[in-house]
Design a protein around this ligand. Structure first.
Ligand code: FES
Length: 430
């Protein structure tokens, strides 16, 4: 069967209520995703709080290109291409650590953690026109941040980060403002999932929990206090819950649990009060943010459940970064964020909640990974290649600000992500 698309026009693949499965299975489309999305759009590299001390670094990739995010001795966080200016070897060989200098193991060029080339072996072999000042580590073409979330783009031009985030920025604020200081520590490590499936399967699906996570939901119903269910009212994934799916534009989407959580706030506050010094945390939030905003932030429970397209998701306590490795191979990194300025008991409670669902022995995310792999397997049967994504189209609302809203189990989020995908894939690389 001939593919119903060309490498310059994908509009046929994403339609009003259906999507062609080639976008999850075709290696040629994956190559174009690398070029048009991951090597061009704003990607989240991480959070500055991962690097509390001068010299702290984490090496990662933007698409396929190796980079290192490092806090320099001057306190500034920068993202550099992880490539020696001599013959191109990576200069940072470990994923995380602390270094005043990055020394290339090939011929020994030495770079400071703020970027400049400090030293080369055998300097007498270079003439007077050799200028170390011109040969420092190469910064990513564009870097910007919002509330400590560090973003980078490999394209020299394009929309600003603020334009890219749009209404999604306020949900990064909600994540940070679960702390009365508006600050987090990202020092609790990371755990990761790698599954044999496409990267676009990850997250923001309010339709699947009743089936994929049925045993977890049953357990929530039976367990008293102190677990994630305590932040919710009744069944948070029921159409009648009042909870919503939102398409914020640019591929950013949200599972909005605020309606149900607001209805359940007093019960959740009782859960917080049962923690040692829990009342102190509640009062600190009200003192910092005022009664109305403080109660709203407490109802959010630091869980905006937002997907910032294409690679950042803030779910529960975690900063989740999605790394596509191949069309059918994806790694997901989950960094728990610890709230600053709160009693230890609050962070302990949040971590236990996180582990119960998302940890390596958690009751939730291993099921997701298994389903993603089965999904990828099923897509090999492509005699009928179209996937249905029409749930909730009959009741989706277009809001005055241009965002779209559906019920919690509606596929407003999937359609929003795919609109963002199509927009990025349709832009001509500079
Ligand atoms: Fe780095 Fe030669 S490639 S010093």
């Amino acid at each position: 069967m001939n593919a119903p698309y060309s490498v310059s026009d994908y509009s046929h693949l994403v339609q009003r209520d259906r999507v062609h499965s080639a976008i999850y299975t075709d290696p040629a489309i994956f190559e174009q995703e690398m070029a048009r999305i991951f090597h061009r759009a704003w990607l989240c590299v991480g959070h500055e709080a991962e690097l509390p001390n001068p010299g702290d670094f984490r090496a990662t990739t933007l698409g396929r290109q190796p980079v290192v995010m490092v806090r320099g001795d001057d306190g500034q966080v920068r993202v550099f291409m992880n490539r020696c200016r001599h013959r191109g070897m990576t200069v940072c060989e470990t994923e995380t650590g602390n270094a005043r200098f990055f020394t290339c193991w090939y011929h020994g060029w030495v770079y400071s953690n703020t970027g400049p080339l400090q030293d080369v072996p055998g300097p007498a072999g270079y003439g007077a026109d050799f200028c170390k000042d011109d040969l420092g580590l190469t910064p990513v073409p564009r870097q910007a941040s919002h509330r400590g979330f560090v973003f980078a783009s490999l394209a020299p031009d394009g929309p600003s980060l603020a334009e890219h985030l749009g209404p999604a920025a306020r949900y990064l604020d909600i994540y940070m403002d679960a702390s009365p200081l508006g600050q987090i520590a990202v020092t609790a490590g990371v755990h990761r999932t790698r599954y044999r499936g496409n990267w676009k399967f990850v997250g923001m699906d309010g339709y699947h929990p009743h089936y994929t996570h049925r045993s977890v939901l049953d357990a929530w119903r039976r367990r008293p206090g102190g677990n994630m269910a305590d932040t919710h009212h009744g069944d948070p994934f029921a159409d009648e819950s009042g909870n919503l799916t939102r398409d914020l534009g640019n591929g950013h989407v949200l599972l909005d649990f605020l309606p149900g959580r607001s209805a359940n706030l007093d019960r959740y506050l009782d859960t917080l009060r049962r923690q040692p010094q829990g009342e102190q945390y509640i009062q600190a939030m009200l003192d910092t943010y005022g009664e109305a905003r403080g109660r709203e932030l407490l109802a959010w429970a630091g869980d905006p459940h937002v997907g910032v397209y294409p690679n950042l998701q803030l779910i529960g306590v975690q900063i989740r970064l999605v790394r596509p490795l191949a069309v059918d191979d994806t790694e997901v990194l989950m960094f728990p964020g610890l709230l600053q300025g709160v009693p230890d008991s609050i962070n302990s409670m949040r971590l236990r909640q996180h582990e119960s669902f998302y940890g390596p022995a958690g009751a939730g995310s291993p099921d997701d990974a298994e389903l993603f792999e089965r999904n990828q397997e099923g897509l090999k049967a492509d005699v009928e290649p179209w996937l249905h994504l029409g749930r909730g189209l009959n009741r989706e609302r277009l809001e005055a600000d241009g965002t779209r809203t559906g019920l919690i189990g509606d596929e407003t989020t999937q359609r929003g992500q795919l609109r963002g995908w199509l927009r990025l894939m349709s832009e001509t690389p500079a």
